[in-house]
Design a protein around this ligand. Structure first.
Ligand SMILES: *[C@@H]1O[C@H](CO)[C@@H](O)[C@H](O)[C@H]1NC(C)=O
Length: 401
């Protein structure tokens, strides 16, 4: 019954001025702490007075230059860069497994080993076959038999060791990046105005000495991403080139500059042994004079570069300034919660403060006529049961030591 009676109560605020040095100093110190947090961190560091545009619009054009040597051929950009359009995602092919002169037909596929025709009746989903099974088991060579397939023949054999085009380390990548912050109609590019035509020929990106040079050596990019070039070129992999534009537009136009960073994006294939690296297949098609088509199949290993642009810009605006100022003033009041806990629990004479702070007023005391029962007796029993005076609604509570 008592607990139910305790629940149906209403609290209203009454101010108590405590003239104590200890709690007074704590109160002012907490207020100072909250104010300096808002001024120092929220306003100056996090720039809460600004409105931010995070929807950066960006375009990226890339161009790779350099010559490599592969299987007695000199390779130029058109040979090793794919796709050729100069997009923000492109692959530098560093290793090729070539299967020449493939025609449509039937042939044994080394991907499916077999002992008899029954091994070749239903397709093995996990096997890396080169075509559709015909259901026959035939001689691959004098030593073993494989299933026969219908498709491009002869079937590719891709577990061979082929050399890597290591010259790719010295290739250069030119990046042209334009960005726009639509909210402020702010436009800029990574070719900064002080970059001369002479610089563009000579400079090589370096995070310390040449942080704004738009020409990057592939070997450097891979090194900055913490990878070994020779190994990456062998297995293939994906490297991210991130261009960050974090701009404070309250400052001058010149101070909004890009920052480049690099990392390996395919962390999964770096660590596991099942499918490591990055490769893909493509083919070149030819026709014989009699009209029969044949092709050269290539399994390419390469380093894929993804140019990722991110950024945001901030500029002074009155609305976030007002909102955050109000939040700062409101938060100063939070200090009273801490002071109340200390005042009501840990300070000398906490019981007296508690008695001053919480007063219980019973309905019957205020309206003695409405009830016939003896009021003071009632109040006394209540007081004895709930010796610890406390408030549960307002957030000010005493721990009740
Ligand atoms: C890259 O260029 C440097 C300097 O020109 C040369 O010493 C090095 O051998 C080249 N690397 C490769 C893999 O060709």
């Amino acid at each position: 019954m008592n607990c139910v009676a305790n629940f149906f109560t209403y609290e209203t605020t009454k101010s108590v001025v405590v003239k104590s040095w200890t709690i007074g100093v704590i109160n002012r110190a907490v207020q100072l702490l909250i104010i300096s947090y808002f001024i120092g961190w929220v306003f100056l560091h996090e720039k809460a007075y600004q409105i931010r545009d995070t929807s950066i619009e960006s375009s990226v054009v890339t161009k790779v230059k350099g010559f490599g040597k592969y299987s007695n051929q000199v390779m130029d950009t058109a040979d090793y860069v794919t796709p050729p359009q100069g997009t923000s995602v492109f692959v530098i092919i560093t290793k090729l497994i070539v299967t020449k002169n493939q025609f449509q037909g039937v042939c044994p596929d080394p991907g499916y080993k077999c002992k008899g025709d029954k091994d070749c009746k239903k397709p093995v989903p996990t096997a890396t076959g080169a075509g559709i099974l015909t259901g026959r088991c035939v001689n691959y060579n004098s030593t073993f038999q494989t299933c026969q397939i219908q498709g491009w023949c002869p079937a590719e054999v891709d577990n061979v060791n082929v050399p890597v085009m290591l010259e790719a380390e010295n290739f250069t990548l030119f990046i042209k990046n334009s960005i726009r912050f639509p909210l402020f109609n702010f436009e800029k590019g990574n070719l900064l105005p002080n970059l001369t035509a002479e610089d563009i020929k000579r400079c090589r990106f370096n995070p310390v000495e040449q942080p704004f040079c738009p020409i990057l050596r592939l070997g450097d990019i891979v090194k900055f991403a913490g990878q070994d070039f020779a190994q990456l070129a062998d297995t293939g992999g994906i490297i991210g080139i991130k261009i960050g534009w974090v701009c404070d537009l309250d400052h001058s136009w010149d101070r909004c500059v890009p920052s480049y960073s690099f990392n390996r994006l395919d962390g999964v294939s770096e660590k596991n042994k099942v499918s490591n690296g990055y490769n893909f297949r493509y083919a070149k098609y030819y026709k014989q004079e009699n009209g029969t088509e044949f092709r050269t199949l290539m399994k390419a290993f390469g380093i894929r570069f993804d140019v990722l642009v991110y950024g945001n810009a901030g500029k002074f605006n009155i609305i976030p300034t007002l909102i955050n100022t109000v939040a700062a003033f409101t938060s100063v009041g939070v200090g009273t919660v801490l002071c109340d806990i200390i005042l009501l629990n840990f300070l000398k004479g906490a019981d007296q403060y508690k008695a001053k702070k919480f007063e219980e007023v019973s309905e019957k005391v205020l309206h003695p006529d409405t009830s016939g029962s003896p009021i003071y007796q009632n109040n006394q029993t209540l007081g004895r049961r709930c010796e610890e005076k406390q408030s549960t609604d307002s957030g000010t509570f005493s721990i009740g030591l």
